[in-house]
Write a protein that binds this ligand. Structure first.
Ligand code: DLZ
Length: 166
């Protein structure tokens, strides 16, 4: 479903596991920070609204979306977290950077999900215009950060169901 037909902030809270005992890491790109800061607020709100403790949410900033891959890798190695969310905003410019960075980040985060035992949630907006990014970071289409926060709780819950058995 296209995001124009779906509000990114809407979810059924009765279906979300309680996040009280979960730890989260969030890696945030500084490029287009007016967008990524709002994405961060969305993730944080989703986590706190579902029981997470503010002390169990760690934020790291990196220069651009390309650096989200290294940031998430290092975070997975150094921090004891149940899920990681990476947040970026890549906006179409006049060069082919858009395609290179978007594809590299998606591939890099996909690869990382297969390499480490911590779910990594991809919260990178790839838009043609700044207005589209505004619309999806707390504007008329909701906040992709909330969608990612909920995905992080669900994936942490899934992971913890199996780690409890060890
Ligand atoms: C270089 C660049 C460009 C042109 N556009 C964006 C963008 O729209 N969003 C983003 O997050 N980062 C951009 N960057 C920076 C790269 O992600 C990266 O930080 C640099 O290429 C240095 O590795």
């Amino acid at each position: 479903m296209a995001t124009v037909n779906k509000n990114l902030s809407h979810y059924d809270q009765s279906t979300i596991p309680n996040a009280a005992n979960m730890r989260f890491g969030i890696v945030v790109s500084e490029w287009n920070s007016e967008i990524t800061d709002n994405l961060y607020k969305g993730v944080e709100k989703a986590l706190l609204d579902n029981g997470a403790n503010a002390d169990n949410i760690v934020r790291w900033d990196v220069p651009g979306s390309f650096e989200l891959i290294y940031g998430a890798t290092l975070m997975g190695e150094r921090l004891d977290v149940d899920a990681i969310v990476v947040l970026g905003s890549i906006i179409q410019g006049e060069t082919r950077h858009f395609e290179f960075i978007s594809q590299a980040v998606a591939q890099g985060i996909k690869d990382l999900n297969m390499q480490i035992d911590i779910p990594i949630i991809l919260g990178v907006l790839t838009d043609d215009t700044l207005q589209q990014s505004i619309d999806r970071s707390g504007g008329k289409h909701g906040n992709k950060g909330i969608e990612c926060g909920i995905a992080a709780i669900k994936m942490a819950h899934l992971r913890n169901q199996f780690s409890d058995e060890e």
